[in-house]
Design a protein around this ligand. Structure first.
Ligand code: SF4
Length: 250
């Protein structure tokens, strides 16, 4: 009887400027394989279906529990995490490709620097959060606000929302949905609110909130069910109010 196997079709690229090409691999079936464990199996014996020994496939991964977002890639055409995608749930051949909105470093590894730069641009962190408890008297976070901001704190900068956003691409200045979600989180934090004006100004110019085309793909793609469209709607209202304040109060 034929042994059960798992077949992969992988889009490969030898370097940032090299041309992509496809290569297929087959590994023996084993229970509970996810995409990362399958890639490890291929790496152990990098022989393609033609029987040629080839360069091992390169990919990123780290936490292996869908928290860091590093192993995000296109799996059968959809952006998702390779660590939490079980191969038995997928039709074969399982097609693996790098995300298309970020430059390819090698094979399935991409450079998501553009997203991290956007987080810097919007100051997507809260200065001195927590130290109020030491000094007493600072704004405390209510349970309601905590719940609201916690939803957005689950973002793992995986880039799925950026991948499916038609407005975010290598030629656009749009910062994309994930950084906007983080602006929403920080302006709702009692301490972060103190710099709300600065953060809102950071998304009011070119590449900011008005570049969102309201396609709403981001909310469908987010593996953490982060309500990105609520954030974008809220930031739309807040930036309009800020714009009026800038005109009439300065
Ligand atoms: Fe990934 Fe969701 Fe964060 Fe976008 S908002 S980067 S899809 S976790």
């Amino acid at each position: 009887m034929d042994k059960k196997t798992i077949r992969f079709k992988i889009k490969r690229q030898d370097g940032p400027d090299a041309s992509p090409y496809w290569e297929e691999f087959e590994i023996p079936w084993a229970p509970k394989h996810n995409v990362v464990s399958s890639l490890m199996e291929i790496r152990r014996n990098p022989v393609n279906i033609q029987g040629e020994r080839v360069r091992p496939v390169v990919w990123d991964s780290n936490c292996m529990e869908e928290v860091c977002g590093a192993c995000t890639m296109l799996i059968n055409g959809f952006p998702r995490q390779a660590c939490s995608t079980l191969v038995d749930s997928l039709p074969q051949p399982i097609v693996l490709e790098p995300l298309t909105k970020f430059p390819v470093v090698r094979d399935l590894q991409v450079d998501r620097e553009k997203m991290f730069q956007a987080l810097l641009q919007v100051k997507a962190w809260v200065d001195i959060d927590g130290s109020w408890d030491i000094h007493e008297g600072g704004p405390r976070i209510s349970q309601k606000d905590w719940q609201k901001t916690y939803e957005f704190a689950r973002c793992m900068t995986c880039g799925c929302c950026m991948e499916v956003c038609p407005q975010f691409h290598p030629g656009s200045a749009f910062i994309g949905p994930a950084p906007l979600g983080q602006v929403h989180k920080t302006v709702h934090n009692p301490t972060g609110k103190l710099q709300a004006e600065e953060r809102l100004h950071a998304i009011m110019g070119d590449g900011g909130i008005t570049d969102c085309g309201n396609a709403q793909n981001c909310i469908q793609a987010c593996p953490k069910d982060i309500p990105l469209t609520d954030a974008i709607a809220d930031l739309g209202r807040k930036t309009t109010i800020q714009w009026l304040k800038d005109i009439f109060l300065t």
